[in-house]
Design a binder for this molecule. Sequence first.
Ligand code: GAP
Length: 458
Amino acid sequence: MPDDVVTMDKIVSLCKRRGIIFPASEIYGGIANTYDYGHYGVLLKRNVVDAWWQAMIGDRDDIVALDSAIIQHPRTWEASGHLAGFTDPLVDCRTCGQRFRADHLDAEHDVRCPRKPSVLPGQGPDCNLTEAREFNLMFETTIGPVQEAGSTVYLRPETAQGIFLDFKTVLGFARRKPPFGIAQVGKSFRNEITPGNFIFRTLEFEQMEMEYFVPPDDAHRWYLHWLEARMDWYERLGIRGDHLRLRAHEQDELSHYSSATSDVEYLYPIGWQELEGIANRGNFDLTQHAQHSGEKLEYFDQQSGERYVPHVIEPAAGVGRATLALLCDAYDEDQIGGEARTVLKLHPQMAPVKVAVLPLVRKDGQPELAHEVRNLLRRRMQTEYDEGGSIGRRYRRQDEIGTPWCVTIDHQSLEDRTVTVRDRDTLTQDRVAVDELPDVLAGKLAAPWTSPKLAAEA
Ligand code: GAP
């Protein structure tokens, strides 16, 4: 595979420059591993989430949607095992006051002591590390006005548990029987201390999780089904197949609840890393919550008279990680007419803006026709109007945010009501009649697509 020009620094700087994603609380100097999404970031992220919902509930009949609370009954986390076991081993340095993951002190993780010389923590002349202590990753808060009198609750570290708590309720109204799934998208929170690599690891992040409830004997078959379905999904987003892989967890890597887990990994500029985990959770969660709550969480098949606790297959994805993979996969640099260009070669369906409408000059009736064209398109797809700066600069601005088509209104447009459609990747310019434009662009948007970076690699 030839070297990609993309680096994490280039992604961070493009995202900041174009207001896609930038550090949160910047006027106060920022806050660890926390980012805000600006206009184009919101649009891009929304496309990822919409594509996930489409795959879960648009393309299938066996999954229903849920939006459960972030703060649940604290016993939830006792039953799920998070209170006792959702921990990282940490060490503190008595000299510099920094905290490190005890299992990340090796060269592979390349975490550095903040003092000079730049060495691995524990290896500098003044380093003085404590013994490792287990540190729970859940954020705690209190319900009630007085902290001491209130009860301790937790911000959810995964959306999955809300689904298990609602299993019985949903089963009651969804008129489904196993195999069926419950899907949700929402924020989760983890008190991560590891340096984040931009939005790869953040304190708050959105998850897209689906719990698929199946008869116990069918669990492995459905596990294999979801491995394939989820890999296909990432390829459908336009991510290059040679930058995606499935990696099965070794026995000693498996979570306490899982009998088999595989990660979908993406080759980020920082190496192969997890995009999504797909786990066979067995009947662990329903059994635990049944024991802790006293509620029966099982399925009774009236036809066969069979009663069982369904097993669960869980594809659990991160919105930020998928967004970051899209950005890294699409990032490219080339030359146009001797000038350097930065371009995001995103799948058109993922691009924040599908089409930009640009009058060549700000006079002679061109802006008026451009507004008319914009209004014609805006109901069909995300559209932007731009009349500021030279046409070359405006194309460059759109290239940087991955807009697949720019529609230019020129002198001829006023004579024959045709416009040019410029393609971000091929740079071809075709003349199209204004009246046909919405259908022409909708057709392009729906057409099959593969990354032009793949063709360049071949
Ligand atoms: N319910 C299972 C579960 O939460 P996980 O592997 O811990 O499994 C699922 O998380 C996905 O959530 C990950 O594959 C990743 O995409 C995303 N994720 C987890 N922790 C994250 C963090 N701190 N920042 C950003 N994304 C995160």
